[in-house]
Every structure is written in structure tokens, then in C-alpha cells.
Write a protein that binds this ligand. Structure first.
Ligand code: GAL
Length: 479
């Protein structure tokens, strides 16, 4: 059809949207305009989007799709190992680290699953070298990091190192801000497998144009890029941002664990405070990404045997990384026994179920209410071998702890369950509907594994364990 073709003129008005404006082909100019306009607009929009993306990338002011770090597929399970901070702070050197690695072998910790020997803050010189690289402290590490990681690897263990997303570490050694690629390579060349990345000495906003998430993204990208370009496995990234900016909502994009709280202390108050806070975001933990409740204090300070057991049980069943933080050369038999409990570790390292236990009842404290002295006391979760139960006595005196089995969502109504005690390592009969742990010690824990043992006995009354809207098929309500 040519312009001016009578067919065109005869074409009826085509309404465009009910009651909306009408559109009629009128003239060549008008038609060309109508045809060209959408393309022009699309092109313009594309250009604007491109420009915005480019500028955002240049200034690191957005959070693009998760970096490849997310797909690194390292650390599916929460890491088990050793970290130097709680026991030694800055007082570390290569002999101590090697001795620790050897003790992990000789004390049976390596066999129990502890595989990483991680160096925390204070290992380097105060300044980078002329090339801009971090250098190990020549007095503390005279043989060099590579020689040390070689020895650690020879023992069949892995090695971890530490840095910071700001200008400096928390003890004012060089941090990795604006040196992420260089440092990721350096740590890799030194032979490390794991990086703890801290949150101190933050650059000014007019430099970062970013918040915590962005500063961690920089290192995640550096690790990922280096891994891709070198064809080597990426460093495991342990993010130490102390629970700031709710890492549990986003940190899984960048690393394999994220701290959820401030630093731990070797006392009961600190343990229950951290547990209380973590009770509200247990959902965030699963394979490849874990809430990090901080380095263990088992063996340290005034923690009693019962408190140390509770601490270890909670950290393990909530699937936190388990990093030993005590002086191994003087560790007691009890400390080692707690740290190596195989039945608790089996749940922590469950390769089929990656989720954490969660509270099904708070107990002393009303449900869903935060309380740093009396956190949730009744917890349960799934495992490949059955339902896991954790009962915590937060009182300063012994207590009986009772629960109805079906308070836990992982229990089936109308079934009975065998009860395995994960601390006494005994089978404690079969629970029908209820379970009571008698005389749980002050600040003590009970950890159980419940396995389905078939239908409960016939004729139990009431017919529903939970008497809420329990009804006979004839319409009789029983509650
Ligand atoms: C803190 C961190 C500790 C330890 C310390 C080193 O920020 O939470 O675990 O790494 O820095 O200075």
C-alpha cells in the first residue's frame, strides 16, 4: 500500500484501550513517527540502563547479581577447625601454630572432623612492602607463611588466614580495602584455603560509597575472579561483620559463613546472649552458608563442665562453624571429650540435612521474646537420622524439663519414638506423646535424637495429643 492509498483512508478507527485515546493512520510522516518512536525510546532506555550499570559498577554503588562466589560450592558444611584469637589474641607465631596443628592430630581432634588451622589478627608487619603486598611478621613467622601452610597441609589439615575489609585490621595491621585482588592472590600464593574477613577501620563514605555489604562484595569478587583465572579452588570466605546490617539476609551471596553477633566471652552470660540473638534467624543457615556464632570458648574462663557442654551443643546443632579457641597443650580430658562428641558432630556435619535446630517453645521466657538471660529452652530440628531435640536449663538450679512430642514440627502425631541421649550415649527407651528430662543441671543441656518407632499404642486418651479443635468424625468436639 502506498501513502494515500484509499484502503488506508477507509480503515476504521482502532481504539487503543477501553475508552482511551484513538489511533488512526493519517500520514506518512505520522506513520513513520509512530513506527520509529518505540525503537528510539527502546534504544534510549537501553543506553540509559547501560550507562547506569556502568557508572554503578565503576563506583561500586549497587549490588549486582550474586558474584560467582555464590557458586563456588566450597564449605557445604559448617567449617570445623581451630582459630588463634580466643586463646592467644596477638601472641602468635609459627611454632605455636604448628604445635597446635600437631595437637589437633594427636588429641584426636582431626579425626573428629576439625580440619582447619586458622591464623587470626596480628600475623603481619605493620606496613605493606614496596610492592604493596602484605608481609608476614619476620619475627613471628621467620620461615614464611608458605613453609608453614606446607607443613599444615602435610599433616592433612587446611590453613586459614585473616584480613579486614577496611584500611586496617582491628589491631591496626594492613587491611585489604582497595587491595582485594592483590591480597586474595597473596593468601592463595601463601597456601591458605580460608579467609576470615573483619570489619574494622572503615574508610570514609566519600571513598567507599558503600556499606558493609559492598565492602564484602569486593573481596568475594576478588576471590572468585582469582579462582576463575587461576583455575584453583576459591578461598572459603568467613565474614566477620559482627551481625551488623543483618548479614543473615544477604551474606550468603558472598561467603560461606557470617558472624551474627559481637565477640564472644568465656562466660555463661555471653553464651546465652549469643544463643538468644541467634534464635531469631536460625532459618538463614543451610548448606554453603552458615550463621557464625563465633569462636568456641570451650576450655576457657570460668565456664563449668555443664556450661561448656551446653555451649558446644548449641553451636553444633545450630550449625555454626566450630572453631576451637582454647590452649590445646593444656586442654583437659573433659574439654577434649566435649569437643569430640561424635554424636553431636554427626548432626553438625550431616551431609543430607543442612538446616539448624530452631525453638519450638521458649520456656521461662514468653515465646518469641528476646531475653539475653533466658533464651529459648526447647529446640528441635531435622537430621538424616531422626529428629534432634535440645533442651537447655537456663536456671541456676536443676530443673525438670517436659515437652509434648508434637510441639516439635518434626514429630508425627500418633507415632512413638525411640530416644537416644547424645551426651550419655545411651538409648533411653521409647517416648509416647511426652518426654521429661529430670533434674537437668543448672545451665545444663539435654541433646536427644528421636527415631520413629511406629504407631503409638491403641486407645490412648485424649485422641488428639493437642486438644485444639479435636473432632470425632460424627462432629463431636473433644477439647
Ligand atoms: C574482631 C573479631 C575477633 C578477632 C579480632 C581481631 O573484630 O570479631 O574475632 O578477629 O577482631 O582483632
Amino acid at each position: 500500500m502506498k501513502p494515500g492509498d484509499p484502503h488506508l483512508q477507509k480503515k476504521p478507527l482502532i481504539t487503543y484501550g477501553a475508552g482511551g485515546p484513538t489511533y488512526t493512520a493519517r500520514s506518512t510522516l505520522y506513520r513513520s513517527f509512530v513506527v520509529v518512536l518505540p525503537f528510539t525510546l527502546a534504544a534510549l532506555l537501553g543506553y540509559i540502563t547501560y550507562l547506569a550499570t556502568y557508572l554503578a559498577r565503576r563506583h561500586d554503588i549497587h549490588h549486582p547479581a550474586p558474584p560467582a562466589a555464590l557458586d563456588n560450592r566450597v564449605a557445604k558444611l559448617p567449617v570445623m577447625g581451630y582459630n588463634t584469637w580466643n586463646a592467644y589474641h596477638c601472641d602468635i607465631d609459627e611454632d605455636l601454630i604448628l604445635q597446635t596443628a600437631q595437637l589437633m592430630k594427636s588429641l584426636g581432634l582431626a579425626d573428629a572432623g576439625y580440619s582447619h588451622v586458622n591464623i587470626d589478627d596480628c600475623y603481619s608487619e605493620r606496613s605493606r612492602n614496596d610492592d604493596g603486598d602484605i608481609v608476614e611478621d619476620a619475627t613471628k613467622f621467620p620461615s614464611g607463611m608458605k613453609a608453614l601452610t606446607d607443613k599444615i597441609h602435610k599433616l592433612g589439615l587446611k590453613a586459614g588466614i585473616y584480613s579486614d575489609s577496611g584500611w586496617f585490621t582491628c589491631q591496626l595491621y594492613p587491611g585489604s580495602f582497595q587491595n582485594e585482588a592483590r591480597d586474595a592472590k597473596r593468601f592463595h600464593d601463601w597456601g591458605f584455603d580460608y579467609l576470615k574477613y573483619d570489619n574494622c577501620a572503615v574508610p570514609f563514605d566519600n571513598i567507599t560509597r558503600e556499606n558493609i555489604m559492598g565492602r564484602y562484595e569486593r573481596m568475594a569478587n576478588a576471590i572468585s575472579d582469582f579462582s576463575l583465572s587461576s583455575g584453583t579452588p576459591p578461598l572459603i570466605l568467613s565474614m566477620c561483620q559482627w551481625g551488623r546490617e543483618q548479614g543473615w539476609t544477604w551474606a550468603r551471596r558472598y561467603g560461606q559463613s557470617w558472624r551474627t553477633t559481637d565477640d564472644i566471652d568465656p562466660n555463661w552470660q555471653s553464651i546465652v546472649k549469643i544463643l538468644n540473638q541467634n534464635s531469631f534467624y536460625t532459618w538463614a543457615t543451610d548448606f554453603y552458608g552458615h550463621n557464625d556464632m563465633d569462636i568456641l570458648e570451650v576450655g576457657n574462663g570460668p565456664l563449668t563442665y555443664e556450661e561448656a557442654k551446653s555451649h558446644f551443643t548449641a553451636w553444633a546443632l545450630l550449625k555454626s562453624p566450630l572453631l576451637i579457641g582454647t590452649h590445646l597443650a593444656s586442654a583437659t580430658k573433659e574439654t577434649i571429650e566435649i569437643l569430640t562428641n561424635p554424636e553431636i558432630i554427626a548432626i553438625h556435619q550431616d551431609s543430607v540435612v543442612g538446616t539448624s535446630i530452631s525453638p519450638f517453645r521458649w520456656g521461662i521466657n514468653p515465646d518469641w521474646v528476646s531475653n539475653n538471660t533466658h533464651p529459648a529452652q526447647y529446640w528441635s530440628g531435622e537430621s538424616q537420622n531422626g529428629t534432634v531435640i535440645m533442651l537447655l536449663n537456663t536456671l541456676d538450679e536443676p530443673a525438670d524439663m517436659f515437652f509434648r512430642l508434637t510441639e516439635s514440627p518434626w514429630i508425627r502425631a500418633g507415632r512413638q519414638y525411640t530416644v537416644r541421649d547424645l551426651w550419655t550415649h545411651t538409648d533411653n527407651g521409647t517416648a509416647v506423646r511426652n518426654f521429661t528430662a529430670y533434674a537437668v543441671p543448672p545451665h545444663g543441656v539435654v541433646a536427644l535424637l528421636l527415631q520413629d518407632a511406629g504407631n503409638e499404642p491403641d486407645g490412648l486418651w485424649p485422641p488428639c495429643a493437642v486438644l485444639e479443635w479435636c473432632m470425632h468424625s460424627n462432629g463431636t468436639r473433644i477439647d
